[in-house]
Write a protein that binds this ligand. Structure first.
Ligand code: AKB
Length: 319
Protein backbone atom coordinates (compact mmCIF):
# COMPACT_ATOMS: atom_id res chain seq x y z
CA UNK A 1 0.00 0.00 0.00
CA UNK A 2 1.23 3.53 -0.64
CA UNK A 3 0.90 6.21 2.06
CA UNK A 4 -2.41 7.54 0.70
CA UNK A 5 -4.10 4.15 0.71
CA UNK A 6 -6.14 3.01 3.67
CA UNK A 7 -7.48 -0.15 5.24
CA UNK A 8 -10.99 -0.66 6.56
CA UNK A 9 -12.42 -3.05 9.14
CA UNK A 10 -16.07 -3.89 8.45
CA UNK A 11 -17.67 -5.12 11.67
CA UNK A 12 -15.29 -3.02 13.76
CA UNK A 13 -17.40 -3.12 16.91
CA UNK A 14 -17.50 -6.88 17.24
CA UNK A 15 -15.27 -9.18 19.27
CA UNK A 16 -12.48 -9.39 16.68
CA UNK A 17 -13.02 -5.99 15.08
CA UNK A 18 -12.48 -4.04 18.32
CA UNK A 19 -9.01 -5.53 18.74
CA UNK A 20 -8.08 -5.71 15.07
CA UNK A 21 -8.64 -1.96 14.60
CA UNK A 22 -6.23 -1.26 17.48
CA UNK A 23 -3.65 -3.70 16.06
CA UNK A 24 -3.87 -2.25 12.54
CA UNK A 25 -3.66 1.35 13.79
CA UNK A 26 -0.42 0.50 15.58
CA UNK A 27 1.02 -0.60 12.23
CA UNK A 28 -0.53 1.80 9.71
CA UNK A 29 -1.33 4.81 11.92
CA UNK A 30 -4.69 5.90 13.30
CA UNK A 31 -5.49 8.03 10.26
CA UNK A 32 -5.09 5.13 7.86
CA UNK A 33 -7.50 2.62 9.40
CA UNK A 34 -11.24 3.19 8.99
CA UNK A 35 -13.49 1.42 11.48
CA UNK A 36 -16.93 0.62 10.12
CA UNK A 37 -20.00 -1.00 11.60
CA UNK A 38 -23.75 -0.88 11.23
CA UNK A 39 -24.32 1.34 14.29
CA UNK A 40 -24.58 5.12 13.92
CA UNK A 41 -22.46 6.68 16.64
CA UNK A 42 -22.45 10.26 17.94
CA UNK A 43 -19.55 12.72 17.94
CA UNK A 44 -18.40 12.00 21.52
CA UNK A 45 -18.22 8.27 20.81
CA UNK A 46 -16.33 9.01 17.55
CA UNK A 47 -13.53 10.46 19.66
CA UNK A 48 -13.10 7.01 21.19
CA UNK A 49 -13.43 4.98 18.01
CA UNK A 50 -11.27 7.20 15.77
CA UNK A 51 -12.07 7.31 12.04
CA UNK A 52 -15.49 5.65 11.81
CA UNK A 53 -18.12 5.20 9.13
CA UNK A 54 -21.55 3.69 9.79
CA UNK A 55 -22.52 1.25 7.02
CA UNK A 56 -24.57 -1.87 6.52
CA UNK A 57 -22.45 -4.43 4.68
CA UNK A 58 -25.57 -5.41 2.74
CA UNK A 59 -25.74 -1.89 1.31
CA UNK A 60 -23.22 -2.26 -1.53
CA UNK A 61 -23.69 1.34 -2.72
CA UNK A 62 -22.90 2.86 0.70
CA UNK A 63 -19.94 0.52 1.17
CA UNK A 64 -18.57 1.49 -2.24
CA UNK A 65 -19.04 5.21 -1.41
CA UNK A 66 -17.00 4.95 1.82
CA UNK A 67 -14.28 2.85 0.20
CA UNK A 68 -13.82 5.35 -2.63
CA UNK A 69 -14.11 8.39 -0.32
CA UNK A 70 -11.23 7.18 1.88
CA UNK A 71 -9.20 5.46 -0.85
CA UNK A 72 -9.49 2.15 0.99
CA UNK A 73 -7.51 -0.64 -0.70
CA UNK A 74 -7.74 -3.43 1.88
CA UNK A 75 -10.90 -4.58 3.62
CA UNK A 76 -11.15 -6.91 6.61
CA UNK A 77 -14.72 -8.18 6.42
CA UNK A 78 -15.79 -9.35 9.87
CA UNK A 79 -19.54 -8.61 9.84
CA UNK A 80 -21.38 -11.93 10.21
CA UNK A 81 -23.88 -13.83 12.33
CA UNK A 82 -22.08 -16.50 14.40
CA UNK A 83 -23.15 -20.09 15.01
CA UNK A 84 -25.66 -19.79 17.87
CA UNK A 85 -27.36 -16.61 16.58
CA UNK A 86 -27.48 -17.96 13.04
CA UNK A 87 -29.44 -21.04 14.17
CA UNK A 88 -32.14 -18.68 15.46
CA UNK A 89 -32.39 -16.72 12.22
CA UNK A 90 -31.18 -18.90 9.34
CA UNK A 91 -32.52 -16.78 6.47
CA UNK A 92 -30.95 -13.57 7.72
CA UNK A 93 -27.68 -15.35 8.61
CA UNK A 94 -27.43 -16.65 5.05
CA UNK A 95 -28.24 -13.22 3.61
CA UNK A 96 -25.73 -11.37 5.80
CA UNK A 97 -22.92 -13.89 5.66
CA UNK A 98 -23.14 -14.47 1.89
CA UNK A 99 -24.27 -11.14 0.41
CA UNK A 100 -21.90 -9.18 2.66
CA UNK A 101 -19.09 -11.31 1.24
CA UNK A 102 -20.27 -10.87 -2.38
CA UNK A 103 -20.44 -7.09 -1.96
CA UNK A 104 -16.79 -6.98 -0.92
CA UNK A 105 -15.57 -9.66 -3.38
CA UNK A 106 -17.23 -7.78 -6.24
CA UNK A 107 -15.39 -4.59 -5.30
CA UNK A 108 -12.14 -6.53 -5.47
CA UNK A 109 -13.20 -7.97 -8.84
CA UNK A 110 -13.87 -4.43 -10.14
CA UNK A 111 -10.37 -3.39 -9.03
CA UNK A 112 -11.61 -0.98 -6.32
CA UNK A 113 -9.93 -3.12 -3.62
CA UNK A 114 -6.52 -4.75 -3.91
CA UNK A 115 -6.77 -7.16 -0.96
CA UNK A 116 -9.56 -8.72 1.11
CA UNK A 117 -9.50 -10.58 4.42
CA UNK A 118 -12.47 -12.80 5.18
CA UNK A 119 -12.67 -15.09 8.21
CA UNK A 120 -13.85 -18.66 7.98
CA UNK A 121 -14.29 -20.92 11.01
CA UNK A 122 -13.89 -24.44 12.37
CA UNK A 123 -17.67 -24.50 11.78
CA UNK A 124 -16.96 -25.53 8.16
CA UNK A 125 -16.38 -29.02 9.59
CA UNK A 126 -19.22 -31.31 10.60
CA UNK A 127 -20.10 -34.58 12.33
CA UNK A 128 -18.45 -36.69 9.61
CA UNK A 129 -15.11 -34.84 9.84
CA UNK A 130 -12.25 -36.54 11.73
CA UNK A 131 -12.40 -34.96 15.20
CA UNK A 132 -8.76 -35.07 16.23
CA UNK A 133 -6.06 -33.09 14.49
CA UNK A 134 -8.53 -32.28 11.73
CA UNK A 135 -6.58 -32.01 8.45
CA UNK A 136 -6.65 -29.02 6.12
CA UNK A 137 -8.32 -31.11 3.43
CA UNK A 138 -10.91 -33.56 4.72
CA UNK A 139 -14.62 -34.39 4.77
CA UNK A 140 -16.60 -31.18 5.29
CA UNK A 141 -20.32 -31.59 5.89
CA UNK A 142 -21.25 -28.72 8.22
CA UNK A 143 -24.58 -29.13 9.98
CA UNK A 144 -25.13 -25.53 11.07
CA UNK A 145 -26.36 -22.52 9.09
CA UNK A 146 -23.20 -20.65 10.05
CA UNK A 147 -20.99 -23.55 8.97
CA UNK A 148 -22.81 -23.90 5.65
CA UNK A 149 -22.37 -20.17 4.99
CA UNK A 150 -18.66 -20.34 5.87
CA UNK A 151 -18.08 -23.36 3.67
CA UNK A 152 -19.89 -21.71 0.75
CA UNK A 153 -17.91 -18.53 1.45
CA UNK A 154 -14.64 -20.43 1.25
CA UNK A 155 -15.62 -21.86 -2.14
CA UNK A 156 -16.56 -18.39 -3.41
CA UNK A 157 -13.31 -16.83 -2.16
CA UNK A 158 -11.28 -19.46 -4.00
CA UNK A 159 -13.47 -19.05 -7.09
CA UNK A 160 -12.91 -15.27 -7.19
CA UNK A 161 -9.16 -15.74 -6.77
CA UNK A 162 -8.97 -18.29 -9.61
CA UNK A 163 -11.47 -16.68 -11.94
CA UNK A 164 -10.93 -12.95 -11.40
CA UNK A 165 -7.38 -12.90 -10.04
CA UNK A 166 -8.32 -11.05 -6.85
CA UNK A 167 -6.26 -11.31 -3.65
CA UNK A 168 -8.41 -12.83 -0.88
CA UNK A 169 -6.95 -14.36 2.28
CA UNK A 170 -8.70 -16.34 4.97
CA UNK A 171 -8.28 -18.24 8.22
CA UNK A 172 -10.58 -20.79 9.85
CA UNK A 173 -10.79 -19.29 13.33
CA UNK A 174 -11.28 -21.57 16.31
CA UNK A 175 -13.27 -20.19 19.29
CA UNK A 176 -11.78 -16.83 20.28
CA UNK A 177 -11.15 -15.62 23.81
CA UNK A 178 -10.36 -12.03 24.73
CA UNK A 179 -10.88 -9.58 27.58
CA UNK A 180 -11.32 -6.34 25.65
CA UNK A 181 -14.75 -7.02 24.16
CA UNK A 182 -17.73 -9.30 24.53
CA UNK A 183 -18.23 -12.26 22.19
CA UNK A 184 -21.26 -12.07 19.91
CA UNK A 185 -23.44 -15.15 19.63
CA UNK A 186 -21.06 -18.07 19.18
CA UNK A 187 -21.00 -21.58 20.63
CA UNK A 188 -17.54 -20.99 22.08
CA UNK A 189 -18.60 -17.82 23.96
CA UNK A 190 -18.70 -19.73 27.26
CA UNK A 191 -14.91 -19.58 27.37
CA UNK A 192 -15.12 -15.78 27.71
CA UNK A 193 -18.16 -15.62 30.03
CA UNK A 194 -16.52 -18.07 32.44
CA UNK A 195 -13.73 -15.58 33.25
CA UNK A 196 -16.14 -12.70 33.87
CA UNK A 197 -18.33 -14.83 36.14
CA UNK A 198 -15.35 -16.32 37.99
CA UNK A 199 -14.30 -12.81 38.99
CA UNK A 200 -17.82 -11.45 39.54
CA UNK A 201 -19.67 -14.22 41.35
CA UNK A 202 -17.15 -17.05 41.79
CA UNK A 203 -19.34 -19.53 39.90
CA UNK A 204 -20.48 -20.24 36.36
CA UNK A 205 -23.26 -22.29 34.78
CA UNK A 206 -21.92 -23.60 31.48
CA UNK A 207 -24.15 -24.18 28.45
CA UNK A 208 -21.83 -26.95 27.20
CA UNK A 209 -21.13 -30.23 29.00
CA UNK A 210 -17.94 -30.64 31.00
CA UNK A 211 -15.95 -32.73 28.52
CA UNK A 212 -16.80 -30.82 25.35
CA UNK A 213 -13.32 -30.21 24.02
CA UNK A 214 -13.03 -27.57 21.27
CA UNK A 215 -10.26 -25.77 19.39
CA UNK A 216 -9.76 -22.29 20.89
CA UNK A 217 -7.38 -19.36 20.60
CA UNK A 218 -6.45 -16.32 22.66
CA UNK A 219 -7.26 -13.07 20.88
CA UNK A 220 -3.69 -11.69 20.64
CA UNK A 221 -2.79 -14.82 18.66
CA UNK A 222 -5.84 -14.42 16.40
CA UNK A 223 -5.03 -10.75 15.71
CA UNK A 224 -1.41 -11.61 14.99
CA UNK A 225 -2.42 -14.41 12.58
CA UNK A 226 -4.89 -12.10 10.81
CA UNK A 227 -2.32 -9.36 10.28
CA UNK A 228 0.45 -11.86 9.42
CA UNK A 229 -1.55 -13.58 6.68
CA UNK A 230 -2.50 -10.20 5.18
CA UNK A 231 1.10 -8.98 5.23
CA UNK A 232 2.62 -12.18 3.84
CA UNK A 233 3.90 -12.26 0.24
CA UNK A 234 1.09 -13.27 -2.05
CA UNK A 235 3.15 -16.22 -3.35
CA UNK A 236 3.21 -17.71 0.16
CA UNK A 237 -0.57 -17.86 0.39
CA UNK A 238 -1.04 -21.15 -1.39
CA UNK A 239 -4.45 -21.98 0.05
CA UNK A 240 -7.10 -19.59 -1.19
CA UNK A 241 -10.14 -21.17 0.43
CA UNK A 242 -9.11 -20.80 4.08
CA UNK A 243 -6.26 -21.96 6.34
CA UNK A 244 -6.71 -24.24 9.34
CA UNK A 245 -5.42 -22.46 12.44
CA UNK A 246 -4.90 -23.87 15.92
CA UNK A 247 -4.09 -22.40 19.30
CA UNK A 248 -5.12 -24.61 22.20
CA UNK A 249 -7.85 -27.22 22.71
CA UNK A 250 -9.71 -27.52 26.01
CA UNK A 251 -13.04 -28.43 27.58
CA UNK A 252 -15.12 -26.45 30.11
CA UNK A 253 -13.74 -28.77 32.81
CA UNK A 254 -10.13 -28.04 31.76
CA UNK A 255 -10.60 -24.28 31.80
CA UNK A 256 -12.48 -24.40 35.13
CA UNK A 257 -9.55 -26.35 36.64
CA UNK A 258 -7.12 -23.79 35.29
CA UNK A 259 -9.14 -20.88 36.71
CA UNK A 260 -9.30 -22.70 40.06
CA UNK A 261 -5.50 -22.48 40.28
CA UNK A 262 -6.01 -18.72 40.70
CA UNK A 263 -9.46 -18.57 42.32
CA UNK A 264 -9.61 -21.65 44.59
CA UNK A 265 -13.28 -21.27 45.47
CA UNK A 266 -14.48 -21.11 41.84
CA UNK A 267 -17.30 -23.53 41.03
CA UNK A 268 -18.82 -24.62 37.74
CA UNK A 269 -22.08 -26.39 36.92
CA UNK A 270 -23.31 -27.68 33.57
CA UNK A 271 -26.63 -27.13 31.84
CA UNK A 272 -26.16 -27.95 28.14
CA UNK A 273 -28.60 -26.24 25.76
CA UNK A 274 -29.03 -26.18 21.95
CA UNK A 275 -25.38 -25.12 21.57
CA UNK A 276 -24.24 -28.57 22.73
CA UNK A 277 -25.30 -30.14 19.41
CA UNK A 278 -23.37 -27.47 17.52
CA UNK A 279 -20.24 -28.07 19.61
CA UNK A 280 -20.60 -31.85 19.21
CA UNK A 281 -20.51 -31.44 15.42
CA UNK A 282 -17.14 -29.62 15.47
CA UNK A 283 -13.55 -30.93 15.68
CA UNK A 284 -11.69 -31.17 18.98
CA UNK A 285 -8.27 -30.23 17.64
CA UNK A 286 -6.90 -28.86 14.38
CA UNK A 287 -3.87 -29.60 12.19
CA UNK A 288 -2.57 -26.17 11.20
CA UNK A 289 0.74 -27.33 9.69
CA UNK A 290 0.01 -25.64 6.34
CA UNK A 291 -0.34 -22.20 7.99
CA UNK A 292 2.95 -22.89 9.78
CA UNK A 293 4.89 -23.90 6.67
CA UNK A 294 3.29 -21.51 4.16
CA UNK A 295 3.36 -18.19 6.05
CA UNK A 296 5.12 -18.93 9.34
CA UNK A 297 2.21 -19.12 11.80
CA UNK A 298 3.15 -19.83 15.45
CA UNK A 299 0.74 -19.45 18.40
CA UNK A 300 2.09 -17.73 21.50
CA UNK A 301 -0.49 -18.70 24.14
CA UNK A 302 -1.37 -22.00 25.79
CA UNK A 303 -4.17 -22.50 28.34
CA UNK A 304 -1.99 -21.58 31.34
CA UNK A 305 -0.61 -18.40 29.84
CA UNK A 306 -3.99 -17.33 28.50
CA UNK A 307 -5.72 -17.84 31.86
CA UNK A 308 -3.17 -15.71 33.71
CA UNK A 309 -3.40 -12.95 31.11
CA UNK A 310 -7.24 -12.97 31.02
CA UNK A 311 -7.58 -12.81 34.80
CA UNK A 312 -4.93 -10.12 35.20
CA UNK A 313 -6.43 -7.87 32.54
CA UNK A 314 -10.03 -8.34 33.63
CA UNK A 315 -9.09 -7.54 37.24
CA UNK A 316 -7.28 -4.37 36.12
CA UNK A 317 -10.21 -3.38 33.95
CA UNK A 318 -12.61 -3.62 36.90
CA UNK A 319 -10.47 -1.35 39.14
C1 AKB B 1 -18.74 -19.61 17.09
O1 AKB B 1 -18.73 -20.23 18.17
O2 AKB B 1 -19.72 -19.54 16.36
C2 AKB B 1 -17.46 -18.97 16.62
C3 AKB B 1 -16.69 -19.83 15.71
C4 AKB B 1 -16.06 -21.07 16.21
O3 AKB B 1 -16.57 -19.53 14.55
N1 AKB B 1 -16.67 -18.58 17.75
Amino acid sequence: MNSKEKVMVVGSQGQIGTELVVGLRKIYGAGNVIASDIKEIDKSEQEKTGLYEAANVLDAKRLHEIIVKHNVKEVYLLAALLSATAEKNPAFAWELNMNGLFNVLNMAKEGVLSKVYWPSSIAVFGPTTPKEYTPQYTVMEPSTVYGISKQAGERWCEYYVNKYNVDVRSIRYPGLIGWKSAPGGGTTDYAVHIFHEALKSGSYECFLSENTRLPMMYMPDAIKATIDIMQADSAKIKIRSSYNLAGVSFSPKDIANEIRKHIQSFTISYKPDFRQAIADSWPQSIDDSRAKTDWGWQPGFDLQKMTVDMLTNLKNQKK
